[in-house]
Design a protein around this ligand. Structure first.
Ligand code: ZN
Ligand code: ZN
Length: 324
């Protein structure tokens, strides 16, 4: 079967053996997989030594073709899924730092999302696999995992679904696909959401979703841009006593601003990857159309994955979905 691999810094579609089900879990025929910003970061920064361990693609939609499970999933189910789950037992899990858990980091789909078939294990079926509802396009439900990441960031900022967030405002810096769905999800939490980007194409696109920029002081700033300068913009617009959510890697480390943080009593909080609870909320938001992700994706074939990556890097498209 076809599967994408990183060889000598290039993404190539290779012929590999189809995964086999030799323990509890399922084999899924992949219909499509979203291209994540983290895939691009991996491609850009991979050293020849770690290339073989790099897995590209984790925002999968597909159909269960073989299954051995204690869960309710069955052969023929069409599902969307993400790739990591925690152990719920270790010291990281105990403090809710699920994405730092060893099991979380090790768990993955086999061989990778940009493949004709993948294998998931029993814990994936328990924690990260969801049935696809009839009212969504595959490329929309493929947002299950990235939206779950976003929801973790919003919850790390202290917003909950039970609290009245209507007086609170947040600014999202960087209006790529993650930035835009962060603004969309903030609205679903009842927060007044605004967006900032130096790229006019992106700010115009965001306007269609009701996300605009206003010069103001904000309770919370979400940094989703890969730019090292985002921290300066964040410090300009965060209100004293407010929060900055670090939600992206940057090209060059931008330093630590002790006196801003101290005298202005700012909270700087990072959010990395989703927890199991975030998947549940993400699934609810997508199924009930509480976030609008329609018309955000460009569809490519698996053979055109290298082109999709190029187009994403140069900002020609917003979000790529690879149809397999
Ligand atoms: Zn992702
Ligand atoms: Zn753990």
């Amino acid at each position: 079967m076809k599967s994408a691999k990183l060889i000598n810094s290039k993404v190539v579609i290779t012929d590999v053996e189809k995964p086999r089900l030799n323990s509890k879990g399922a084999i899924i025929k992949v219909f499509g997989c979203g291209l994540c910003g983290s895939d691009i970061v991996k491609i850009k920064h991979a050293t020849p030594k770690d290339e073989s361990s790099i897995k590209l693609g984790h925002e999968v939609v597909g159909q269960i073709v073989e299954i051995n499970t204690d869960t309710d999933f069955k052969k023929g189910d069409i599902v969307a899924l993400g790739h990591h789950y925690p152990c719920f037992n270790c010291d990281y899990c105990r403090i809710g730092a699920y994405s730092m858990c060893e099991t979380f980091k090790k768990s993955n789909i086999e061989p990778c999302g940009f493949s004709e078939f993948i294998k998931v294990d029993e814990n994936h079926l328990k924690y990260t696999v969801y049935s696809v509802p009839k009212n969504l396009e595959y490329q929309e439900i493929a947002y299950l995992e990235p939206l779950a990441c976003v929801i973790r960031a919003i919850r790390r900022a202290g917003y909950t679904l039970d609290s009245d967030n209507s007086k609170s405002n947040s600014l999202v810096i960087g209006l790529g696909s993650i930035g835009l769905i962060t603004a969309e999800a903030l609205k679903a939490f009842g927060v007044k959401a605004f967006g900032y980007d130096i790229n006019k194409g992106r700010t115009d696109f965001a306007k269609k979703y009701g996300v605009e920029f206003k010069k103001d002081s904000y309770d919370c700033i979400f940094m989703t841009s890969g730019s090292s300068k985002a921290i300066d913009t964040a410090l300009e617009y965060v209100r004293n006593g407010g929060k900055i959510i670090v939600f992206s890697s940057v090209e060059n480390d931008s330093g630590y601003r002790n006196n801003d943080i101290y005298y202005r009593e700012l909270s700087v909080i990072a959010s990395y990857s989703p927890s199991v609870e975030d998947y549940k909320i993400s699934y609810d938001f997508l199924c009930n159309k509480k976030v609008n992700v329609s018309d955000t994706t460009t569809i490519y074939s698996l053979d055109n994955l290298p082109r999709a990556i190029e187009d994403s890097i140069c900002g020609k498209i917003f979000k790529a979905y690879i149809k397999i």
